[in-house]
Design a protein around this ligand. Structure first.
Ligand code: SF4
Length: 711
């Protein structure tokens, strides 16, 4: 007689939807995973990436046991060992490294391979902080846009997707929800039925742009000029809300002066969009009143990405959109969650002056280019929840670092990723159905409990258990390193917070999810109709307090030591910073490499996850780049041919797709393909650079020039 039961869970992926799921368990194995039909957003539907999530747990290629490298680094030659052997090997190597170089010679590397509060981004922080290793600053994504958002509005979550249904004008700026936030789309369609206009601003005609009423395709990295010009039009035509601005915004005169420099004609030249279209969009946004902007993280991936987001975020306040249900903006709803980030990472355990390495500089740190590695070299790398060889910029440098024979690398993973192939020790990690977690979202206001549905496969362990084992192995004694998962949940959430009214563990165990009381009640859709922004002035800050002196905060939950840390001096008024590399800003470089390349998430992969799954590979197809017919003709290219994309940093190969879905002078590439899937055996990040942008130490992934030629 077979035993069946169901249990509530939540999707672990780095995706704004954080879907409520139900595990269907049959004889101790997950037989099926479905979207929770009773959830306000998921409504029974998961996306293409997750709808074979049960099979993902039982993929025959999954790593089930600890392994030790027996061949050359990168060769995928490993032998099975026991957990005891793996832990004692780690202990032996780390003790010897610490004795000779100090604990700062160990660098942890983690990112959002799991979004959980327990098993996600910060799960190893308290262990590594207690061990006194180098601190990893994790700014692969969102840190620039978060810094900019905080400067304008402070830590508010903004609009939830359900509020989109009330919008009269919805702007998706550098965001493609039909591929990356599908569960908001029904609310967009509801708004459209009631007459709302949909505007997409993106250099690529994405799936979402194809559904839009208006699509503007600016040159990459010029969004600040476009936003400032829209501000200029709105002010000059008297379309701003003088009362809202007067009462609830600061710095209007300065903003007006700055925006006056960006006439539609001038912005048209910078952005490559007609002045008429800039005026059209500015008027539509201002006159619709209940206008909303959904910001994508792609915007921050340019030299001036932070300032672009500063300019864009001023728009809803300028027109008084926050007064209306469905009006305002959203960057990350995460800021409304009552999570105790400081408790998660135990930043107080870090010794002042400890070395901090930004993970975008991984290649530079491993190869000794940066971070005083001549004094304290990085001798060990511990990777979990991430696949840096695929996702870190400047891939050649990262590979050179990983190839070092004197680097002791440990990787905890689900599958033998490109990075794991370079490990000395590989540890098997459990998957979401096999572990407990409490989940937040960066796209809505639900808090969710992911309950353990089955025992982990093989000898896999959760990250919480992994770091408990490592703590014991290294002889640590702090009680906080040994808390159980339920104790961690109790500690990480501020259960007494006003937003948690009526929500406790019993509710979450029963229902699986609950919507936070953001803005006082789930039904209040205009909580900032009277300002009340948690900035230093209490207003929407067109001129950011303290920014000129660097005396502002940047959200540094990713740095592992404090929630907020001080930023560097920046222009307090939104401004336009030209791209690091472009035909206009670096004409000499553009003679060699005339095409700007932007990259984005694939439809069937999530960063590099699922790229090894047969079904997802079939859905996604091979690595392609999209190029405009004019640029293809100049290079005598035909759709379907193999091409080489290159610059001074490196190259990768791809199939070319010729389409007017991209503006001339720009190519688009999906990220996430593993090198082994690409003919050149190198990926998109072989040509990207590790430069940081203007705010939040975010990465300038889409601020690069390349050339394309037939292979
Ligand atoms: S990846 Fe995103 S859309 Fe897909 S199931 Fe997970 S949370 Fe939902």
């Amino acid at each position: 007689m077979k035993k069946f039961y169901t249990i509530k869970g939540a999707c672990p992926q780095d995706c704004p939807d954080t879907c409520a799921m139900i595990y269907k368990v049959e004889d101790g194995k997950i037989a099926k995973v479905i979207g929770d039909p009773d959830n306000n957003l998921t409504k029974g539907r998961l996306c293409a990436k997750l709808n074979n999530f049960a099979e993902h747990h039982y993929n025959p290629e999954r790593l089930l046991y600890p392994m030790k490298r027996v061949g050359k680094k990168g060769s995928n030659d490993f032998a099975r060992i026991s957990w005891d052997e793996a832990l004692s090997e780690i202990k032996k190597n780390w003790q010897s490294i610490i004795k000779e170089y100090g604990a700062e010679a160990i660098l942890p590397h983690a990112y959002l391979g799991n979004l959980g509060s327990l098993n996600g981004l910060t799960s190893g922080d308290r262990f590594f902080n207690a061990l006194k290793t180098t601190v990893a600053e994790k700014t692969y994504c969102e840190s620039g846009s978060s810094t900019a958002w905080m400067l304008t509005y402070g830590p508010i979550g903004g609009l939830d997707p359900e509020s989109f249904a009330y919008s009269k004008c919805l702007v998706f700026w550098g965001h493609n929800p039909l591929s990356t936030q599908t569960h908001c789309w029904p609310f967009v369609l509801e708004a459209r039925k009631k007459g709302a206009k949909i505007i997409v601003i993106d250099p690529v005609r994405t799936r979402t742009a194809k559904q839009a009423d208006i699509h503007l395709a600016p040159k990459p990295g010029t969004d600040a000029a476009l936003a400032l010009s829209m501000i200029n039009v709105i002010i000059e035509e008297g379309l701003y809300d003088a009362e809202y601005v007067g009462k609830y915004c600061s710095g209007f005169i300065e903003l007006r002066k700055r925006a006056a420099q960006f006439t539609p004609e001038k912005a048209s030249k910078i952005c490559g969009i007609s002045a008429e279209n800039i005026i059209l969009v500015a008027r539509e946004f201002a006159k619709s009143k209940a206008s909303a902007i959904r910001l994508g993280v792609a915007l921050e991936r340019h030299a001036g990405g932070g300032q672009a987001i500063r300019a864009i975020t001023c728009l809803p306040a300028l027109v008084g959109a926050w007064k209306y249900p469905g009006g305002g903006a959203v960057q990350m709803t995460l800021w409304s969650y009552p999570l105790k980030w400081d408790k998660m990472s135990r930043g107080e355990w870090i010794k002042p002056g400890t070395r901090v390495v930004n993970l975008l500089d991984l290649g530079a740190a491993l190869t000794g280019e940066k971070y005083n590695t001549d004094i304290t070299p990085i001798k060990s790398l511990f990777v979990y929840n991430s696949n840096p060889l695929c996702m870190a910029p400047n891939q050649n440098k990262v590979r050179m670092g990983l190839e070092r024979d004197d680097l002791f690398t440990v990787v905890s993973e689900h599958f033998m990723t490109e990075t794991a192939r370079y490990a000395d020790i590989v540890l098997p990690a459990s998957m979401q159905g096999e572990q407990l977690d409490i989940m937040f979202s960066w796209g809505h206001f639900n808090i969710l409990l992911n309950q353990k549905a089955v025992e982990p496969a093989g000898e896999c362990v959760s990250n919480t258990e992994l770091f408990r084992r490592l703590s014991k192995t290294m002889g640590m004694t702090r009680p906080h390193l040994f808390m159980t998962d339920w104790e961690l949940i109790d500690e990480y959430v501020d259960w007494d917070s006003d937003t948690m009214r009526g929500i406790d563990l019993e509710v979450l165990k029963e229902k699986g999810w609950a919507r936070l009381w953001v803005g006082g009640s789930p039904d209040i859709r205009a909580p900032y109709s009277k300002g009340n922004f948690p900035t230093p002035s209490g207003k929407c800050e067109f001129v950011a307090t303290g920014a000129a002196e660097g005396n502002h905060v940047k959200p540094a939950l990713r740095s592992g030591y404090t929630y907020f840390q001080q930023g560097s001096a920046i222009d307090p008024i939104p401004c336009y910073i030209p791209p690091y590399e472009s035909v206009d800003s670096t004409p000499e470089l553009a003679k060699k490499y005339p095409l700007a390349m932007v990259s984005g998430k694939a439809h069937a992969f999530l960063n590099s996850q699922y790229a090894n799954e047969k079904l997802q590979k079939e859905r996604q197809g091979e690595q392609i780049i999209i190029i405009h017919p004019n640029d293809a003709n100049k290079r005598n290219l035909n759709s379907g041919e193999d091409v080489k994309i290159f610059n001074d940093r490196g190259s990768f190969s791809s199939i070319v797709e010729i389409s007017e879905d991209i503006r001339p002078g720009v190519i688009y590439a999906n990220v996430g393909y593993w090198d082994s899937m690409i003919k050149s055996q190198t990926g998109v990040n072989n040509v990207t650079d590790d430069r940081h942008t203007d705010m939040g130490e975010s990465g300038a992934y889409s601020d690069i020039l390349v050339q394309v030629e037939k292979m």
